[in-house]
Design a protein around this ligand. Structure first.
Ligand code: NA7
Length: 535
């Protein structure tokens, strides 16, 4: 089959892919972006369920290009999915991306050819690309996870995974609705669907230690959105200095450096601000010291228990003993979530206490009873971080399959590349800050690094770059070493691969923080890309 010949092929039209398309084209590369959805947005293209919105406050959640932000006005502090899709349309127009993008194009395989020194990428709609550089930007949530619930296909109502929400909005008012899962998606769905439903049930396996979002409205025509425009450049530049790529960082103080009164005041201030500050702008030892962590949990617990009427619910959502280390599982932001459960028609089922035994034609059967539903939403998450890249069937030198290489542990160099998979670079993947980094921040930081490397190779007439096995081994070991200084491994979460049955348990994220990560990858670049081999 005739193939399209390219310098670089990008996969994925979210923040990472879109940024690299613009930058590589500006640098003179013949580049194309392919995407399985039919428009831009990445996770925001797919996640259209009621209530879907970002947990990063604007304006950190956008590109830093003044040509974009000068004319763009968000209408909420935490914009919804439709508004983010509208933002992507503007980005696509202003950056003139459409002429180099092919939608509805899902990668079936990507195979390195060591003779021609190119990647051959084949897609489900019959296209073939031959490209020097293969750049997966599939993000951390490209592969859905729906548990194998016995009987689900016999259900007479409708069931969906949250990220396959029907384009034609289903009529849900007055219906009986179930949501399974209490991640960010489950909480957001609950907030929008519980008020509509005649009967609403949330099935919880692990409580989400959620924080108040403190949403704000910015009506069109209003003068300002949090900060004046002239402050934007410094704010965007500051994202590289923040532990998780925001406009805030941990305080340079430990929990017990403050006395009880100071500590409570500090927690309260962080709490009142809304967003992730209670998680990621708090005492610097919160994620690393169990006593410090418990102190934060206890403050959180008392706040949440006070919002619930029923003793059983208090113990289910906010038990007296912390259910896991606070902040070591993705913290979500909520708007009135807990109060919904004070209503008579809104129920919580703890699947540890009364497990789901099967889905019946009428609804969901637990060991306690059969619940009847019209609509079931599986907000059961994703084969996070590694799933998106692995599902593309990537093969490197000598037919080495990525899934075989990672069988006994994920290995990358700098969370950007893999030894023996030459000329392949990814963003927002394993062993990088990823889910501990605000999306657009890492799209730009990692994306710029990748584009600089490719440009440098072009200038030096280097054809192939491959991470060395030793450099990769050192990086992979450091991921565990850093994780072990924190409380993250003590908690079951998708950060550790725990949510997918049979998935290897390992830290999938670099936990040293964005500033250290950024200085490490820049140091590598400044030393002629130490750890990589060129030919
Ligand atoms: P998450 O965060 O992976 O949440 C999935 C939820 O589904 C979580 O509460 C799981 O429980 C639950 N789950 C998974 N399998 C089951 C079964 N078999 N039974 C009951 N409950 C189950 O996905 P989201 O879509 O909410 O969020 C993904 C990211 O998108 C989010 O972190 C943001 O970055 C945006 P568990 O907690 O594993 O016990």
């Amino acid at each position: 089959m005739e193939s399209q010949k390219l310098d670089a092929l990008i996969v994925g039209a979210g923040f990472g892919g879109v940024y690299q398309l613009k930058k590589l084209r500006d640098a003179g590369f013949h580049v194309k972006l392919i995407e399985s959805g039919s428009d831009y947005g990445g996770v925001w293209y797919w996640n259209r369920y009621p209530g879907a919105r970002v947990d990063s406050a604007i304006p950190v959640y956008e590109f830093s290009d003044p040509a974009l932000w000068k004319d763009w006005h968000w209408t909420q502090r935490f914009p919804g999915s439709a508004e983010i899709r509208a933002y992507f349309k503007t980005v696509a127009d202003k950056w003139d991306l459409r002429k180099d993008t092919e939608f509805n194009t899902y990668v079936n395989s990507a195979i390195w050819n060591d003779e021609s020194k190119t990647w051959r990428v084949s897609t489900a709609n019959g296209k073939v690309f031959t490209t020097q550089f293969f750049l997966p930007n599939t993000g951390f949530a490209a592969k859905r996870h729906t548990p194998d619930f016995k009987g689900i296909d016999r259900f007479k109502g409708t069931w969906v995974h949250s990220s396959y929400w029907p384009k034609e909005e289903p009529y849900l008012k007055g219906r009986k609705i179930a949501v399974i899962g209490t991640g960010s998606t489950g909480l957001q769905l609950t907030q929008d669907l519980a008020p509509l439903a005649s009967e609403f049930v949330l099935f919880q396996r692990t409580p989400n230690l959620a924080l108040p979002m403190k949403q704000e409205e910015y009506p069109p025509g209003s003068e300002t959105q949090c900060i004046p425009g002239e402050a934007y450049p410094a704010l965007f530049a500051g994202r590289a200095e923040s532990y998780a790529g925001f406009d805030f960082s941990f305080m340079p103080v430990k929990t017990f450096d403050h006395d009880e009164k100071e500590r409570q005041e500090t927690y309260q201030k962080l709490w009142d601000h809304g967003d992730f500050r209670f998680w990621l702008a708090t005492y610097q030892d919160m994620l690393f010291d169990d006593r410090a962590n418990t102190e934060a949990y206890n403050f959180w617990r008392d706040k949440v228990r006070a919002r619930l009427d029923d003793e059983r619910l208090k113990d289910k959502f906010a038990p007296m003993e912390k259910p896991h280390a606070f902040g070591c599982k993705r913290v979500s932001l909520e708007n009135g979530f807990y109060e919904l459960f004070n209503k008579k028609n809104v129920h919580l089922v703890d699947v540890n206490e009364t497990p789901i035994t099967e889905v019946t034609p009428a609804g969901i059967k637990t060991t306690e009873k059969e619940w009847e539903f019209d609509y079931i939403v599986c907000a059961t998450g994703f084969d996070a971080i590694t799933g998106g890249i692995l599902q593309m069937n990537v093969e490197g030198i000598n037919g080495l399959k990525l899934k075989d290489k990672w069988m006994d542990g994920t290995k990358t160099f700098l969370g950007l590349s893999v030894a023996d998979f030459p000329n392949m670079f990814f963003t927002y993947g394993p062993q990088a800050p990823t889910a501990f980094c605000n999306g657009p921040s890492c799209a730009e930081l990692q994306g710029t690094w990748i584009v600089d490397l490719l440009s440098s190779m072009r200038q030096k007439k280097q054809e192939v770059v491959n991470a060395s096995a030793e450099a990769e081994k050192t990086w992979a070991e450091s991921i565990w070493a850093i994780a072990n200084t924190s409380l993250i491994p003590t908690t079951k979460s998708w950060y550790m691969g725990d949510n997918i049955p049979g998935k290897r348990r390992e830290p999938l994220i670099y936990l040293g923080g964005v500033p250290t990560y950024y200085s490490t990858i820049n140091e590598c670049a400044s030393k002629n890309y130490e750890g990589f081999r060129f030919s």
